[in-house]
Design a protein around this ligand. Sequence first.
Ligand code: PLP
Length: 368
Amino acid sequence: MNPNLKLARPEILTLQPYVYAAWDHRYERMHANENPWRATGDNSTLGLNVYPESPAEALHARLAELYGVDIKQVLAGRGSDEGIDLLIRSFCRAGNDSVVISPPTFGFYRVAAEVQGASVIEVPLIRGDGIRSVNGFALDAEKVLAACNNNANVKLVFLCSPGNPPGTALDAEAMLSLCKQLNGRALVVVDEAYIEFTGRPSFTTVLAQHPNLVILRTLSKAYALAGARCGTTIADADIISVIARVIPPYAIPTSTVESVLAATAPEQRPRIQQQIQTLIAERGKLSEQLKQCKLIRHVFPSDANFILVECVDADAVFNAAKSVGLVVRDQRKQPQCGNCLRITVGTPEQNARLVKGILDAKQSGNAA
Ligand SMILES: *Cc1c(COP(=O)(O)O)cnc(C)c1O
């Protein structure tokens, strides 16, 4: 048994999970109070009038194959956001337990923790700007470990790699060392929402050696399926069986299952890979062009499909984007991101339009 199971909330470990309307395909369905006829415009294969398969076997089989793990090691959710929520609800006792995050980072870890009544311990990333050989933001593994040593009730450590908004991947050795040292004490959750845009291997490749490692993957970015809402939590089968108790019945809609199965079919993969390569090439081009803009002071390196920039005048850059019909993300409220904006890599036409807009812009008078 996985020694990290004891970290789960005791109520969840003893919970009697919801019993699904089991479906033996040899019979017609008169057991789930569904409508026997399809709705107008229902073009799905299964029929939207019936409940989806639950758990979604076909979807889970595809995701396991796609990510190179066992079907017992995956749980699909409505985006990896649902995985974050399930982990926190399954492991954190309200009012008692905590999670560690390393800002600047993805905002939903904190929101999900607060909804559950878990406290949030912040261990900021180290901003290097070339100092200490860190180009961009780096994990402060020693301080994360110290935070866990000082707080016995830390259940989850969220590491976002590549980071959102930093854009860069965290040091793999530092993350693995945290996994090792926290085994039996806390789960290490590596959010790999952007891993496909790096040349690096996913942590799925080291899952077997780390029973407290959880990996979050999503189809929202590299697979162009943000609207389908499908993310995957990947972990040791014992951990997956715990969070699977908490996900609501029939969680994944039929339309999601069918669009994911179609869009991730093996024959689609060369095109997906090609599109990822196009985005990476565009990222390089856009980074270089942004470096030529006087209103931008620093362009952070990126392993993702976005670029974090530190502006001389963030208002002017933000408004310049708007003036050419584009919206970028304001990151000025993130710690250590004072004058920063996050720019998603778009089509070549959008990227060129953005750069032209910024080059043509005047300073706002709010230059920092
Ligand atoms: C986009 C994003 C997610 C959420 O992805 P969904 O699968 O769409 O819920 C998770 N983590 C990070 C860091 C992200 O940027």
